[in-house]
Write a protein that binds this ligand. Structure first.
Ligand code: NDP
Length: 327
């Protein structure tokens, strides 16, 4: 069973007199910074001088370059996109990583695949909220907090765990419960969802749209049925709130019977083989190598696939359906 930490397990006093440097003021950076400040922690924000950093300034934070923030911070939260972390780390953070400092990540990718390897006398920790940044902030303000994975990759100070829990508490993540994890587990689970669960879901939805439209059903009606009405989103929310099978009571007996009798036969027999292949390329690092190469080559495959996705006829149908729904 997983170890789960709550507010009672964390001591905010460990962060008193310490400065937390938030590097990057985007989705997670802004939410982390605001939550930490509201928890009584001293925060500075490091970034490049542009609109995002001005937003941090307007929000009342002391802003500075990444290098200056890394120098000022006892704890450094690296909240810039994973794709630029290596370079920014090497050039602007590493020179300021003195013994006893804490380097915090919100996703395990770069550390897990050895792309960032901090000196051994530094604490390397992770607080990875299972929520987009706006949700992290909104939940904190509402007094709820969001769940997170927490992990210690490297305990340079001998106190990395208590510091991790204190930081997680200040962000609001121990209110609902923070699951003790590892950089490997967080990265591999995240990628498995991205490489199997969501692609399979997208393929089924897009395939069902194409199939039903080809069979004479009105595209707008199909799209409304499949995801446009937000019923699917509500079902997913109920799965989290009530349970994947318990939420079935919100549907008619006809719906429940139809779902349960078709559940086993709906996917091809080799689905487990696809899962094994997806996990294998994550665990052996071949996906990470492919992605590094794609970035170094200027994103040719990514650009082509994204352009093709956005050119699919369903995008236009979506616009019409959104208007229909008054949004
Ligand atoms: P965003 O893309 O929202 O934010 C990026 C921030 O980094 C912006 O302030 C951006 O500034 C700044 N930035 C970009 N490039 C550089 C650079 N070269 N030097 C300095 N600053 C730079 O990132 P996220 O918040 O989405 O992601 C941050 C981390 O959080 C990642 O590790 C991600 O995996 C993790 N995470 C994200 C979640 C999410 O919901 N988005 C959920 C859980 C974890 P500007 O806008 O000016 O370019």
């Amino acid at each position: 069973m997983a170890t789960i930490y709550y507010d009672k397990d964390a001591d905010l006093r460990l962060l008193k007199g310490k400065t937390v440097a938030i590097i990057g003021y985007g989705n997670q950076g802004r939410a982390h910074a605001l939550n930490l400040r509201d928890s009584g922690i001293d925060v500075v924000v490091g970034g490049v001088p542009d609109a995002t950093l001005r937003q941090a300034e307007e929000d009342g934070f002391a802003t500075m370059s990444v290098a200056e923030a890394a120098a000022a911070g006892h704890l450094i939260c690296l909240l810039i996109p994973d794709e630029v972390q290596q370079q920014v780390y090497r050039e602007e953070i590493l020179p300021h990583l003195k013994p006893g400092k804490v380097l915090d990540f919100a996703h395990g990718y770069n550390v897990h695949y050895g792309l960032i390897a901090p000196p051994p006398d530094v604490d390397v920790i992770m607080i990875a909220p299972r929520m987009i940044g706006v949700g992290v902030r909104d939940a904190y303000v509402a007094g709820r907090g969001v769940p997170a994975f927490v992990a210690v990759h490297q305990d340079g100070s001998g106190e990395a765990w208590p510091k991790t829990l204190a930081l997680a508490k200040a962000i609001g993540c121990t209110r609902r419960g923070a699951i003790e994890s590892t950089f490997a587990e967080e990265t591999e689970l995240d990628h498995f969802s991205e490489h199997f669960v969501w692609p399979a879901t997208f393929r089924i939805l897009v395939g069902a749209f194409e199939f039903l439209a080809e069979n004479g059903y009105q595209p707008e009606a199909v799209l409304m049925e499949l995801w446009g009405s937000k019923e699917a989103a509500e079902v997913l929310a109920q799965m989290a709130d009530v349970g994947i099978f318990r939420q079935m009571d919100f549907h008619s007996p006809t719906s429940q019977y139809g779902t349960l009798t078709h559940m086993e036969s709906a996917l091809p027999a080799d689905t487990r083989g696809r899962m094994e292949a997806a996990l294998e390329e994550i665990k052996d690092g071949s996906f990470a190598r492919e992605w590094e190469l794609e970035q170094a080559s200027g994103y040719p495959v990514f650009t082509r696939l994204k352009q093709a996705a956005l050119a699919h006829p369903l995008n236009e149908v979506e616009e019409r359906v959104r208007k229909l729904a008054g949004e």
